[in-house]
Design a protein around this ligand. Structure first.
Ligand code: GDP
Length: 316
């Protein structure tokens, strides 16, 4: 990408898209184009075609998706598979039809089998059954990867796919019914501290392990790979380290300054036992994460206090 290349970031208000926009702007890219979901509904093919015909972006970061935590995936499986298939099919095909130079598709590590050997290598894709709680979402993401690879093979496009591990950071979703574990626990511990509640409920057994990457690290990797990597091989993006949900809860309790007790609600699902990604391909390509979890948690809590606490909680 050149500093004046026209770059479309789909999903620019979300956790991932907003981090990519910050990274591009900080790196001097000045010809960015975005639309809110009200201005452009990516599930509508005619709108996506009209947008690409009008704007003719040269590079596309496809960070628009319907995402959510374990309960949202469980409760709304039809929306997760439908919206993601529609958004990615419309954007990937319009990118091809309009001669986009390069597209970067954001997948997820839930595409790997539930019981994949840890750390999960890119070539474990489609070698076993998926985790049932987010299978519809994972199937949509696998379809997106296969679409990019197939377009490259048949049409000679340059569409790459990256698989970020669990992400967190500014513009995360802090709604307790639909969020992922990290923002959910920031909110739960914060509210328990304010209300002097004796216990905080953490879902599941606390034994599953997850890897967490700050969104600015992911954005740095995405821009780096857009500039340096082409090929059909997926690239995992992660820290290379994971922790148990129990340890995460304790860390967040410390970050927030909560002094009460943690209890585990084992009637809620655990999901995949572990989702650590193998990052040897990524490190071989010359990139590594820089923001340790402890620092990232502090920044994420700061963002929550500044944006969510102030704007939402206090007006309720
Ligand atoms: P997953 O990585 O797709 O399983 O999605 P989540 O981030 O939603 O959940 C990760 C793990 O954290 C699961 O084992 C959840 O049961 C556990 N967890 C514990 N407390 C919470 C919570 O308050 N919200 C969410 N979303 N998950 C929680």
């Amino acid at each position: 990408m050149n500093s004046d290349s026209k770059i479309y970031v789909a999903g620019h208000r979300g956790l991932v898209g907003s981090a990519i926009v910050r990274k591009l702007q900080d790196s001097g890219y000045s010809n960015l184009v975005f639309r809110t979901s009200h201005q452009l509904d990516l599930t509508k093919r005619d709108q996506v075609d009209a947008f690409f015909e009008e704007e003719q972006p040269e590079y596309v970061f496809l960070a628009a998706a319907k995402v959510g935590g374990i309960m949202a995936n469980n409760d709304y499986p039809a929306e997760f598979i439908r919206d993601n298939l529609m958004i990615q099919t419309n954007v990937i095909d319009a990118a091809h039809q309009n001669g986009v130079k390069k597209l970067l598709f954001l997948g997820s590590t839930c595409i790997y089998p539930k019981l994949a050997a840890q750390p999960m290598r890119e070539d474990s894709l489609l070698t076993g059954e998926l985790e049932p709680t987010n299978e519809p979402y994972a199937i949509a993401k696998i379809a997106g990867i296969k679409m990019c690879q197939s377009y490259n093979r048949q049409y000679g496009t340059n569409f790459i796919s990256i698989m970020p591990t669990n992400l967190y950071g500014p513009n995360d979703n802090f709604d307790l019914n639909s969020s992922h574990v990290l923002p959910a626990l920031i909110r739960k511990f914060h509210e328990a501290k304010l209300n002097n509640t004796q216990t905080v409920e953490v879902w599941g057994t606390g034994t599953p392990k997850r890897e967490f990457l700050y969104s600015d690290d992911l954005a740095d990797a995405a821009v780096y790979l857009m500039n340096t990597y082409s090929g059909n091989d997926l690239v995992n993006i992660g820290m290379g380290k994971d922790i148990s949900i129990k340890e995460l809860a304790e860390k967040i309790g410390n970050t927030v300054g909560y002094k009460g007790e943690i209890i585990f609600n084992t009637s809620k699902p655990d999901g995949a036992p572990r989702k650590l990604v193998d990052i040897s391909r990524l490190t071989g390509l010359g990139w590594q994460a820089e923001i340790p979890l402890d620092d990232g948690l502090g920044m994420a809590y700061g963002w929550f206090l500044e944006h969510v606490e102030k704007n939402t909680l206090l007006t309720n």
